[in-house]
Write a protein that binds this ligand. Structure first.
Ligand SMILES: [Zn+2]
Length: 49
């Protein structure tokens, strides 16, 4: 099995406190460039920046 984690940076979500990889190709991002928001919360709260 080939590993495809080119980049990984584990952050704790600002909203749900769950740990996630902010470098993943999903909607996770830093809200206001500062607060880590996971993919789930990005979709749920609509924080697309
Ligand atoms: Zn979250």
């Amino acid at each position: 099995m080939k590993s495809k984690n080119k980049k990984e940076k584990i952050e704790t979500c600002f909203i749900c406190q769950r740990k996630f990889n902010i470098e993943a190709d999903d909607n996770s991002h830093y809200h206001y460039g500062k607060y880590p928001i996971c993919n789930y919360c990005s979709e749920f709260y609509g924080f697309y920046l």
